[in-house]
Write a protein that binds this ligand. Structure first.
Ligand SMILES: *Cc1c(COP(=O)(O)O)cnc(C)c1O
Length: 369
């Protein structure tokens, strides 16, 4: 194995350059143009979301969602603690306070039980919840939707990692008031960088469009009553997105195949637990992730480096980050335990079955030492 194998490397469909060329021929390399509309349409067709807005990143999409839902300085916003920083830093952009809720063992995603308990006892009602579908696997979303409805709390689904994943055949990202998908370089599909905001509320998506293009009032000259952002996606990147969306199902199937290979080859290593898949859901298995009950994952990382294969610890929960040391939390230790024992395995769709076999051999050697 000479060529390095990454966790999740970009994987082109083959049509990207063709579409980019069309963008150049039309001279619409400036923001907006035909491919932005096409990209948004493909997201709507694929996920079933009614409205979609192409943006510069998923982080920007979450920022806009929070602003439109009226989150202001001093408000509380609930969030999955087991997530990536881009999911929650927008809470800070608005001067609001994150409150971190722990995961459950059945999904590794937010625990509906803890969420419910927190909401029954908390004195200050939070404005919204940002729920992450981690590693492309659906959270127990139906229960969470019910809890949010009961308490009158807005729900933003961070589906940055879970494009193509479903729960009861409905796409993750389409259960909440807003959903976001990421097209960053490491995700299942990529535009090199980018994000999509979806909602079934047309007014909100129109508002998001307004804020994402500097909040220009509808006048001939430049008129401003509110402040906005420069968050829109360029037509060039959207052309890449259109080509990538053509292979979404292939990529999901390949990621799931890679996971099944890992599961098969590691089945006799009893100390390994795989990230579960919730009943009635179908994840995209963006990254194959495991925990070890005896072996130190750092030894596995080192051994895999020896054959030039990337692997990484699971996301470090937000409540364990210095940045959030003074934040409110509602925890039972689940995410902390996952972080201390867990590992993301190489899951690039460019990998072969042989690659997975070789990786498993190395893992087995470390576990059987
Ligand atoms: C990648 C990621 C984001 C941020 O996406 P960007 O498009 O890079 O801003 C947010 N949340 C999660 C869970 C992610 O994995």
């Amino acid at each position: 194995m000479n060529k390095r194998i990454f966790l999740s490397s970009p994987h082109m469909s083959g049509n990207e350059l063709k579409y980019i060329e069309k963008v150049f021929q039309s001279n619409y390399i400036a923001p907006l143009g035909e491919y932005v509309n096409k990209f948004e349409q493909s997201i709507k067709d694929n996920t079933g979301a009614k409205y979609a807005l192409a943006l510069s990143s998923a982080t920007a999409a979450i920022h806009l969602a929070l602003r439109i839902l009226g989150v202001k300085q001093g408000d509380d916003v609930l969030a999955s603690t087991f997530t990536f920083i881009g999911s929650v830093s927008p809470i800070l952009y608005l001067g609001a306070n994150p409150v971190f809720i722990d995961s459950d063992k059945q999904t590794w995603n937010i625990s509906p039980k803890l969420l419910k308990k927190y909401l029954l006892k908390c004195e200050k009602k939070p404005k919204a919840l940002i729920l992450t579908h981690l590693y492309g696997m659906s959270a127990d979303i139906e229960k969470v939707v019910d809890i949010c409805k009961f308490h009158g709390i807005y729900l933003i689904e961070d589906a940055a990692e879970s494009l193509g994943a479903t729960f009861k055949d409905k796409h993750t990202g389409t259960f909440g008031d807003f959903g976001v998908y990421s097209f960053n370089g490491n995700k299942i599909l990529t535009t090199s960088g980018g994000g999509i905001l979806v909602s079934d509320n047309e007014d909100w998506i129109n508002k998001a469009m307004f804020y994402s293009t500097q909040a220009r009032e509808d006048e001939m000259h430049y008129e401003h009553i509110e402040y906005g952002y420069n968050y829109r996606m360029s037509n060039v990147l959207a052309a890449i997105g259109v080509a990538q969306m053509e292979v979404l199902q292939d990529r999901v199937n390949k990621k799931r195949k890679i996971f099944n290979c890992y599961k098969e080859y590691l089945t006799d290593i009893k100390e390994i637990t795989f990230m579960p898949e919730l009943e009635y859901s179908r994840g995209n298995r963006w990254l194959s992730t495991v925990t070890f009950s005896k072996t130190d994952y750092k030894d596995v990382i080192k051994a895999l480096e020896g054959i030039n294969v990337e692997s990484r610890p699971l996301w470090k929960p937000m409540h364990m980050q210095k940045l959030f040391k003074s934040c409110n939390t509602y925890l039972d230790g689940t995410s902390e335990e996952l972080f201390l024992n867990g590992l993301c395995l190489a899951s690039s769709t460019t990998m072969s079955k042989e690659d997975v076999k070789d990786i498993c051999k190395v893992i087995k050697n470390v576990c059987n030492r």
